[in-house]
Design a protein around this ligand. Sequence first.
Ligand SMILES: *[C@@H]1O[C@H](CO)[C@@H](O)[C@H](O)[C@H]1NC(C)=O
Ligand SMILES: *[C@@H]1O[C@H](CO)[C@@H](O)[C@H](O)[C@H]1NC(C)=O
Ligand SMILES: *[C@@H]1O[C@H](CO)[C@@H](O)[C@H](O)[C@H]1NC(C)=O
Length: 257
Amino acid sequence: MSFSNKVMFLLFLCTWGSKADDPLGEFCNRNTNISSGGKISANIDKLLAELALRTPSTGFVATTYGKDHDKVYALAQCRGDVSTHDCSNCIQDATKQIRERCPNQADARIWYDYCFLRYNIESFFGEVDTSFGIFYFNVENVTDPEAFNKKLGALMDHIRAQAVMPNEKGLGKGKSVLSPFVTLYALVQCTRDLSEISCAQCLAIAVNNFANFCSHRKGCRVLYSSCYVRYELYPFFFPLDSNKTEPSNVVRVSVYS
Ligand SMILES: *[C@@H]1O[C@H](CO)[C@@H](O)[C@H](O)[C@H]1NC(C)=O
Ligand SMILES: *[C@@H]1O[C@H](CO)[C@@H](O)[C@H](O)[C@H]1NC(C)=O
Ligand SMILES: *[C@@H]1O[C@H](CO)[C@@H](O)[C@H](O)[C@H]1NC(C)=O
C-alpha cells in the first residue's frame, strides 16, 4: 500500500467530554445507499439484534440473514482481552450507533476500542480489507527514537507471531520494559474470520503504515476493518498492570485508499 496522493485526510483533535458510547470512528459507504423502510434495512435490524445477543459469550460472530438480493453479511467482534460485560456494553453501543450514523447504507462499519462491527450486502468474510483506516496518535514524541523503534519493532514482531498462532483467536499482546520507569504496551488483533496468512498480511500493512502517522509517537492506534494495532507507554489491555493512564493529546486521521 503506497501512501499516494489518492489518499484523503480528515484530521481533528479529539475533544474531551465526548460521550462514552461515541465510537472511535465509523465508515458509511455512500455507494451502497438503501431505503430505510426496505427489506435490506429490515434484515440489518434482525442481524444487529442477533449480534447483540450472541457476541458477548463468544467474542465473535459472523453470520448472514435474508435471501438473494436482500441477503446481508454481518460480523461483530470484541477485543480478545475484554470481559464479557465490557464486550456486551460495547456491542450494544455499536448496534445502536451504527444505525444512527449510517441509517441508509448497506455497507457500514463502526470501531470502538473494545469492539468492532460491520455489515454489507456483499460477502467480506475472510478477506483482508485495509481500504479504509483510522489512525489515532499521541502528538508527543519519544525522546530516544532509535532505541524506542528497536524495542517497538521487536515487541510488534513478537505479538504478531503470537496473533497468528492457532488457538490465539487473532490476538497478540505484550509489554517491553524500556527503563525502570517506562514500559511499552502493545496489542494486535485480527478479525477471527481471517486465515493465519491473511491475519499476518493485515498486521504487516498496519505496521508498515506506522511510518506515515506513528513515527516516534508515544502512542498510536491503527484501525482497519480486518485488524487493530495499538501501542502506548501506559497499560491499556487486560489484565491491567495498573489503573494509571496518562491523559494524552491524541489526534485522529482517517485514510481512504
Ligand atoms: C447516498 O446518500 C447520501 C446522502 O445520504 C448522498 O450524499 C450520496 O450522494 C448518495 N450516494 C449515491 C451514490 O447516490
Ligand atoms: C513530533 O515530531 C514531529 C515530526 O517528527 C513534529 O512535527 C511534531 O511537532 C513533534 N511533536 C511535538 C509535541 O514536539
Ligand atoms: C483497577 O481498578 C479496579 C476498580 O476500579 C480494581 O478492581 C482493580 O483491582 C484495579 N487494578 C489494579 C491493578 O490496581
